[in-house]
Design a binder for this molecule. Sequence first.
Ligand SMILES: [Zn+2]
Length: 413
Amino acid sequence: MNRVRSIYPDLPEQVTVIDCTLRDGEQAPGVWFTREEKLALARLLSGAGVDVLDAGFPASSEADSEALQEMRRMRLDARIGATARPVTQDVVAAEKARADEVFLFMPTSDFRITQTLGITREEAGAMFRHGAEEVVGRGMTLNLVFEDATRADPWLLVQMTDDLRQHVPITRVIVADTVGCAHPRSMEILVRQMIEALGDDVELCTHCHNDFGFAAANTLAGVAAGARAITCTVNGIGERAGNADLAETVAALTHLYDVAHRVDPTALPRISAEVARMSGIHTSPTKPVTGSNVYRHESGVHVDGMLKDPKSYEFLPAAWVGEKTRYVLGKHSGTALIKHILKSAGIDADSAWVRELLLEVKSAAEGRDKANHQRAYQLRTAFESINLAGLDPELLLEKAVPRKLNAAASSVR
Ligand SMILES: [Zn+2]
């Protein structure tokens, strides 16, 4: 047994990867995808080996419904899922959209059951059962999404699942850390408790938000406790601080947890770039796995080590995602890179010359003015604030005010 499996004996051999970019990702404030973008992303994600797509919320959007139907016509390898509340109209909309699977979501914390829905636990259970029966009755695979599960009573989650599975086959139970308040240890305990109580018949799945930066860590903690499916989004986009990032999570599964998945890592940089372009949310150069700086090295000590053996500073090899290690000439460069560049150009230089050239490189790097840098930064900032602004509320008021005036006028009449 390898080391990680001796630490986490409940680790599954393989996990199902569910991507929610087209639903939760698009719910990020200000983000929207065109139908063509949705179809292109669905094709890319399916081609990359993602198992299931949470592709939209057909009851809330006719465009989503049409996009889902088109995805089915495209005969993708990935299964197509629709999000729905446990009400007949939402499940009918998912069926009309030709979804293979339904992500049936319901608040499960007492706080949300009473405050948001204004009902009791028993009424929530009955609503969930009604929705679940509608999903299965219409021939779709059932994923129960326990919204706000990390603020819920774990025994209510077990009891709800137990009650429901007396009536309908449940494929997955998705434990949602909707407000991102879990930490890895609490997620591990919750998933373990549920698996111990429910057995192996239902596949436990995580849905983690990133409010404290733990979305990927919490997802992996769930897997360590035996979750056999995970949800994530490309670049981690989603509500508020977003979701677990697809690339980061699958990279950790492969390189740190020895858990298999079907995602082709060489597809990840392109998918990340496409989602950044389509969503308008830039990713940081230091973003793990797909960030533009992750396989680039500048500082003298690092470059020297890398040129001797790439394992020196790249535990995650560039080649895993189909990238190349690159070296950057700059203020922090050392003699190793100068020699390397000269040698590649067929120039044999002695150490004194190399040191002289290094001083010239450093003074050139330090002597640059920052005007271009400032311009690029301002453009990017302006782009993000315009692109993610959403619609102007004036548009709504322009439509609402004349109607209100008409209503007032007719009441006077
Ligand atoms: Zn979510």
